[in-house]
Design a protein around this ligand. Structure first.
Ligand code: PMP
Length: 428
């Protein structure tokens, strides 16, 4: 029995499912999750001493690789001064200024502790600002686990939302309308019926929670236009895409100006940080300047800010995103070539530092329903073959993969050689 097996058994006694976030339990692929001992650069090391090339990067934050020396040094320096004060600090001001410098649509910014808090707060603000209750989200997009967002589409295209989880009152869910990602007609229909009641559209500009699905040309522009027409706010949830798709996130890559943006993951460099921000006239509605309540004991925590600010400063290095995109393209195209060589139909998507692969005969993946039609059994087998080869992919066919700047030739060559052997076994 491996140490991971032992720890998983032990963990399940005191932690539900043995994990503090469900996807870590390997429910999507079966088997025992690897318990991690430490990480460095592009590698994770488990408690049994096995090394893995990591394509999860702590689910996004590790854009510069694990254990980055400058970020580590900044954290240690901050820790030496104190862990938390519950009072304003200079570094929070510097952080807000840095976010605005990089993402100019975020004229004002509020720090929180997770992506969930960021989206929950942005939606409350949008509702408070517009005086409307309904929101529009998209099937297959994930925005954290606030009640209004754990909602699935009702039975008909235009019925009101239904809870996606026990514990979410139907009375809350009915305010959430669920449309089809990359289908502007579905959004127009929702607005024709409910337009004057809709506070906001919230969207992952590149969907990364249904594998990886970029927006089709015109989709994000269309959402912007519909919001403008009906006086609703456009919230780009850039928790995943922020500082990953490009320095200025998806809004920079696709040139879309949102009213509000939510951030998480990379902005904390691995520390628990989220943020939401946008137009000053909207942000002024947040307490204490405005009536919409939002707060946090540890928000803007000095140690977390030290990590995040150092990360953002490092990201300003010229050429960094060209390198990241080239690495991502090499991995995604390499997977496709290896699969094709062994007669395995595989579709790929990639943008900036995120990618997806789909076991399907279809070539152009733009819709959630296409993801649900993929060969999940093949994905599971491939996943475990790659894990045995020392490649750590997201343990679910509904998650995007992430590259880091620490993924060098050696790691990418190892990954593609492992993929070739794995596809050969799948084909055999
Ligand atoms: N929004 C998006 C787009 C996400 O991908 C996630 C998490 N994967 C969240 C929000 C929630 O963030 P957190 O897990 O930090 O609460």
């Amino acid at each position: 029995m491996s140490k991971s097996d032992q720890l998983f058994e032990q963990a399940r006694q005191t932690i539900p499912g043995g994990v503090n976030s469900p996807v870590r339990a390997f429910n999507g692929v079966g088997g025992t999750p690897r318990f991690i001992d430490h990480a460095d650069g592009a590698y994770l090391y488990d408690v049994d001493g096995q090394a893995y090339v990591d394509y999860i990067g702590s689910w996004g934050p590790m854009l510069l690789g694990h254990n980055h020396p400058a970020i580590k040094a900044a954290v240690i320096k901050a820790v030496e001064k104190g862990l938390s004060y519950g009072a304003p600090t200079e570094i929070e001001v510097l952080m807000a200024e840095k976010v605005r410098q990089i993402v100019p649509s975020m004229e004002q910014v509020r720090m929180v502790n997770s992506g969930t808090e960021a989206t929950m707060s942005a939606i409350r603000l949008a509702r408070g600002y517009t005086g409307r209750d309904k929101i529009v989200k998209f099937e297959g997009c994930y925005h954290g686990h606030a009640d209004s967002l754990l909602v699935k589409a009702g039975s008909g295209a235009l019925t009101l939302g239904q809870p996606n989880s026990p514990g979410v009152p139907a009375d809350f869910a009915k305010h959430t309308l669920t449309c089809v990602f990359n289908d502007l007609d579905s959004v127009r229909e929702a607005f024709i019926q409910y337009g004057n009641e809709i506070a906001c559209i919230i969207v992952e500009p590149v969907a990364g929670n249904m594998n990886c699905i970029p927006p089709v040309p015109g989709f994000l522009e269309g959402l912007r236009a519909i919001c403008d027409e009906f006086g609703s706010l456009l919230i780009l949830d850039e928790v995943m895409t922020g500082f990953r798709v490009s320095l200025r996130g998806a809004q920079g890559h696709y040139n879309i100006e949102p009213d509000l943006t939510t951030l998480g993951k990379i902005i904390g460099a691995g520390m628990p940080v989220g943020a939401f921000g946008g137009k000053k006239k909207v942000m002024q509605h947040i307490a204490p300047t405005g009536p919409v309540y939002q707060a946090g004991t540890l928000s803007g925590n000095p140690v977390a800010m030290a990590a995040g600010l150092t990360m953002l400063e490092l990201l300003l290095e010229p050429g960094l995103y060209e390198q990241l995109s080239a690495k991502t393209a090499r991995v995604a195209e390499g997977l496709k070539a290896a699969a094709t060589k062994h007669g395995i139909p595989l579709a790929i998507t990639y943008v900036g530092g995120m990618f997806g692969f789909f076991f399907t005969e279809e070539s152009d993946i733009t819709r959630y329903e296409q993801v649900t039609r993929c060969d999940m059994e093949r994905f599971k087998r491939f996943y475990h073959l790659m894990l045995e080869e020392g490649v750590y992919l997201a343990p679910s066919a509904y998650e995007a993969g992430f590259l880091s700047l620490a993924h060098g030739d050696k790691e990418i060559e190892h990954t593609l050689a492992a993929a070739e052997r794995s596809f050969a076994k799948l084909a055999g």
